[in-house]
Design a protein around this ligand. Structure first.
Ligand SMILES: [Zn+2]
Length: 313
């Protein structure tokens, strides 16, 4: 993964999601992010449009980077010589990014990498010896070395509003609210809760389809449906449901696992796929609703035209 790709992942990540990083590379990775020069694409909540963003690197940070390169040359990963001009880039730091459409549009992100393994016992104050870094078992060191986003402004939810803008038509208010809450809770680091809200959207679609079937068939109860498993209910309702939902009944199983069994971290890992799946379903439902509305409108207009022509108007 390039530093560009990693930076975009970090910027778009929910708070407190841990990105593992080999401890011997932690300083190098942190440096590559903090002095990143290339622009990246991201929606701007202040412009309310897609935009490109660039990192604002302070003069002091830029100078530190230049001095480090000039004095010690390329630093091989895992080998820091402790010299005065070797900079420690990891730890707590912030990144400020700027929208290319309007320079006054800024976003600030706060990160924490924690300390390197065994750093607290290190005798080196200005650098880290290779021995310190590698004295733990590799897997343990890996597990303890990560980069985490611990804050940002505007919030991640503000950046994701673009997803929500077109969802007000064709959805019930409860469905739209639950989908928004799923994204909100995820952006605040509550990933199990986000699964609860996504599952509610899914269930409410089944409920609405069931109500439609009962109304059309003038039923007072529907025992086959009530006794069935979710996958069977979906089959019974398939003519009323978005095709993507019908084709992926196991989505409900995964959402339920998220609600009842998966950890916060596991739910965080699954969130993007689950959110996208529900997003596809919602959009298909909206599209179907719009198609139906258009058909009814055209049908009415055609009938009116035929009557008028017949009557010679
Ligand atoms: Zn902007």
């Amino acid at each position: 993964m390039t530093s560009q790709e990693f930076l975009v992942q970090l910027v778009g990540a929910p708070l407190y999601k841990k990105f593992p990083c080999a401890s011997k590379d932690l300083n190098t990775v942190a440096r590559s992010i903090r002095v990143h020069e290339h622009r990246f694409d991201l929606y701007c909540p202040l412009c309310d449009k897609d935009s490109t963003w660039k990192l604002i690197v302070s003069d002091e940070t830029s100078l530190r980077h230049k001095l480090e390169k000039a004095s010690v040359g390329p630093i091989s990963p895992g080998h820091f010589n402790g010299g005065a001009s070797t900079t420690l880039w990891y730890g707590k730091f912030q990144l400020i990014t700027q929208c290319s459409r309007d320079p006054s549009h800024l976003a600030t992100y706060y990160f924490d990498t924690g300390k390197l393994p065994n750093e607290s016992t290190s005798k080196h104050k200005h650098g880290i010896s290779e021995k310190d870094v590698t004295s733990e078992a590799p897997q343990q060191a890996l597990e303890r070395s990560f980069i985490t986003k611990v804050g940002q402004t505007p919030s991640l939810f503000d950046f994701q509003k673009t997803v929500l803008g077109s969802l007000s038509i064709g959805l019930s208010k409860e469905q739209a609210n639950d989908f928004v809450r799923a994204i909100q809770t995820h952006s605040h680091g509550y990933h199990v809760a986000s699964c609860v809200y996504l599952r509610r959207v899914f269930e409410s679609m089944l409920d609405a389809a069931k109500a439609q079937h009962i109304a059309e068939h003038e039923l007072t109860s529907w025992e086959d449906y009530d006794a069935g498993k979710t996958s069977q209910k979906i089959q019974l309702l398939k003519q009323y449901l978005p095709k993507f939902l019908v084709d992926h009944p196991h989505l409900y199983t995964l959402l339920s696992l998220g609600v009842h069994e998966l950890s916060e971290q596991q739910c965080a890992e699954e969130f993007e796929n689950l959110r996208t799946a529900i997003d596809i379903i919602i959009r298909e439902q909206i599209s179907n609703a719009n198609d139906m509305k258009r058909k009814v409108e055209i049908s009415t207009l055609l009938s009116k035209s035929i009557n008028q022509r017949k009557n010679g108007k």
